[in-house]
Write a new protein. Sequence first.
Length: 65
Amino acid sequence: MLVVLLAGFEWTVLLAMRLPAYTGPVTAEQPFPAFTTTRADGTRFTQHDLEGDQNSVLVFFRGRW
């Protein structure tokens, strides 16, 4: 019974910590706004680095730590 109660409590906490729906400026199949960021090695990365003759996909992970 204690394990079932603990599992129910954990499930309730997980549901309460749900992220809100994304309402930002980026939408599917539309160009995204200009941006500048820094890679893990310290070099700059901009939207111009994605330009070329191939399609690119940029994925953002919206997680909580």
